[in-house]
Design a protein around this ligand. Structure first.
Ligand code: UD2
Length: 313
């Protein structure tokens, strides 16, 4: 067993985190992934550095021996997607809520040093004020948002009641290489990437003026690492965003400009459970964790597009 464990380590963010950890020379990384949305291919060239366990976080007896005694557990395994949680609330609850409880319980009983939990910006829901600050009252609008928020509450209570060292990072619309565009529940930038590469028309839900703090995956991974090592942050929650916000219309027009094509999008009805605007206040993460996002949207889109072109999605 290694000192570092990544649940969801074969997913798009998890596999980037595994690569980052391996570059630190910390030894083999233990990955726990049931391969529902993860792919072994995501770990292709780093496979030798990974101890991969095809295990579901819903199976407490399977994960408990794997996490026992670990230094750091990054808990990224989840069934993401707001619309998926509305259409299929049961599996999404089982994994995101019950599975997350299992991970915290296993870490607590197994004496893990620290757990970094991938929380979600969806917990804020619609707020009157932007950017969104950690001190704002949560207003979840979907089962997914409730489940992710519950994970935060458990992280905080596992710290206060059981002395498990936890840190929560609210991820803000992470995008980048290896994000799977093939599901109807895929993140919008991966869908846009596929459309621009294949020259097809994307569908924008609503008027396209909803905005997101799109955050490049490498910036999030860097912050995960910082959160795993920061002092005096046990039991706390931080925004893990870039600090900017862009509308979907702006993202599509930037992407088509970079690619040099002119493809007007289609517009469909707004999506149920959708938040209108999202933008992170990064003050606390900068101050306490040393958060320093490096990638502008344009730079992140260029890098991501280069990957999709090469990998032919
Ligand atoms: C939420 C969280 C995000 C993360 C993610 C995981 C918010 C603000 N963000 O992302 O932090 O936890 O869930 O799944 O809650 N859209 C289209 N066309 C498409 C696909 C999507 O217009 O083909 C729209 C969609 O209606 C939404 C925006 O794009 O307004 C972003 O959707 P998404 O599914 O990429 O991510 P989102 O914001 O639900």
């Amino acid at each position: 067993m290694s000192g570092y464990i990544v649940t969801g380590g074969a997913g798009f963010i998890g596999s980037m985190l595994v690569r980052r950890l391996l570059r630190e020379g910390v030894g083999k990384i233990t990955v726990i992934d049931n391969m529902l949305t993860g792919h072994e291919e995501n770990l292709a060239e780093v496979r030798d550095g990974v101890d991969l366990h095809r295990v579901d976080i819903c199976d407490y007896d399977a994960i408990a021996p794997l996490v026992r005694g670990a230094g750091t557990v990054f808990h990224l395994a989840a069934i993401p997607s707001v619309p998926r949680s509305i259409r299929e609330p049961v599996p999404s609850h089982e994994v995101n809520a019950d599975g997350t409880f299992n991970v915290f319980r296993a870490c607590s009983e197994g004496g893990v040093g620290r757990v970094v939990y991938a929380a979600s910006s969806s917990a804020y829901g619609d707020t009157e004020v932007l950017p969104k600050v950690e001190t704002m009252a949560p207003r979840p609008k979907s089962p997914y948002a409730v489940q992710k928020l519950l994970g935060e509450y458990y992280a905080s209570v596992f710290y206060s009641c059981f002395n498990l060292d936890t840190v929560c990072l609210r991820f803000f619309n992470v995008y980048g290489p290896r994000q799977d565009p093939t599901s109807p529940y895929s993140g919008v930038i991966s869908i846009f990437m596929r459309s621009v590469v294949e020259r097809t028309t994307p569908t924008i839900h609503g008027d396209g003026e909803q905005s997101r703090d799109f955050t490049y995956v490498e910036d999030v991974v860097e912050l995960c690492l910082k959160a795993s090592r920061a002092k005096g942050v046990a039991g706390k929650m931080y925004n893990a965003g870039n600090g900017n916000r862009y509308t979907l219309n702006q993202v599509w027009s930037t992407l088509t400009r970079i690619e040099g094509v002119d493809i007007p999008p289609k517009y469909g009805p707004p999506r149920e459970g959708d938040v209108r605007d999202s933008q992170a206040d990064t003050t606390a993460a900068v101050r306490d964790l040393g958060h320093a996002p490096r990638f502008s949207l344009e730079e992140g889109l260029r890098r991501t597009l280069a990957w999709y072109r090469e990998h032919g999605h």
